[in-house]
Design a protein around this ligand. Sequence first.
Ligand SMILES: Nc1ncnc2c1ncn2[C@@H]1O[C@H](COP(=O)(O)OP(=O)(O)OP(=O)(O)O)[C@@H](O)[C@H]1O
Length: 397
Amino acid sequence: MGSTLRIQDVSMSFGAISVLKQINLDIRAGSFVSLLGPSGCGKSTLLRVIAGFEAQQLGSILIDGRAVEDVPPRARNLAMVFQSYALYPHMTVSENISLPLEMELLSAVQRLPLVGRMAAGSKTVWTDIRRRVLDASCSVQIDHLLERRPSQLSGGQRQRVALARALVRSPGLFLMDEPLSNLDAKLRVAMRSELVSLNKQLESTILYVTHDQTEAMAMSDKIALMMGGSVLQYDAPEVLYTKPGHLDVATFIGQPAINCFTARIQNNTIVSDGVDCKLWTEYPNQESTLAIRPEALAITNKQPDGALISIPVTLDRVELLGSEILLWCSNKATGQSVVVQTRATFHRRLIDQGKLSGDLWLETDGAGTHVFDRNGKAVQFGDAELVTAVSKGGATQ
Ligand SMILES: Nc1ncnc2c1ncn2[C@@H]1O[C@H](COP(=O)(O)OP(=O)(O)OP(=O)(O)O)[C@@H](O)[C@H]1O
């Protein structure tokens, strides 16, 4: 069974540069959690602190409920997998995988070349090591490569060796730092599902560093989105996407990026230039941001009647992605670019029906729409017309 990991108020600086700012994370045993964020936000540093290669100035790390500040890296019951594989070129695959076990299980005498094999108890330990090397290499399907050297392997095979070397000690926690980023796109996708299967099969806990949101969204039970040394949101992937708590989360997650409009909260309504917006909020007056996911917008040549949000636009460019299509538009009043994502077949139908000619509008019923206050915090809002109806004693359904 995997370990639990608790990170409590961890802060860390390199000299005057504050790299981790009061990080708090609770990671369940057996779960797959990603640290996601842009380059330089502190993901690798946090991993190195957990591994014990760097020391935090404040806060604690608890593995299986035990504070590990005074526990050396080797004794923390964890294994790290790096982007660079870190294999020994002069050793065979088998020797690379067995090395961590040899260091752990054999005495200094038993490790001596030739004579070590004859030392007392050595035979039993070596039998155990060989069995575990075979088990680990079978788990990642490289048991047929055990006698090769790293230079005789492809990138994907080398990464599997690095994984097997981490697996062989059966640690409760795996720390993985961008382990797939040296692989080509196709192999990366294949290895993604293998890592998830391995996580479920071994019930091990995996903390996985990546700056690739697709990778994090595809693999993780939960994602900690980091920026500037802080965790902005720690949630399941779909929650990060559908309920971003902060503007930076909304803009980081999603491809193409969410459309953002400068707006203001004015006497309980949300106002944005060139946008007909019928959103209501109890929030106090202030500058804000209105954000709409590209797939939540529909394009029409009929002036929207009753849409919560509509925007008069011109259609500038169409970009085919395969089954999906991007419609790059600009707001007629402000010139601001707005992107719409839709099915290519649906777009074809609109053209055939002559619905992409003449005056055009984008509209949404409020799905995929978010409002953020001047500090970037998510704002609760509702339908202004519904609120008016309720206040006049009208029906709410
Ligand atoms: N040994 C060090 N000395 C000084 N500054 C460091 C050191 N290691 C990292 N930093 C700084 O700490 C910050 C966080 O670095 P870190 O490697 O943790 O970021 P990251 O999110 O993993 O980035 P990337 O995705 O590019 O690997 C960066 O500004 C980096 O320059």
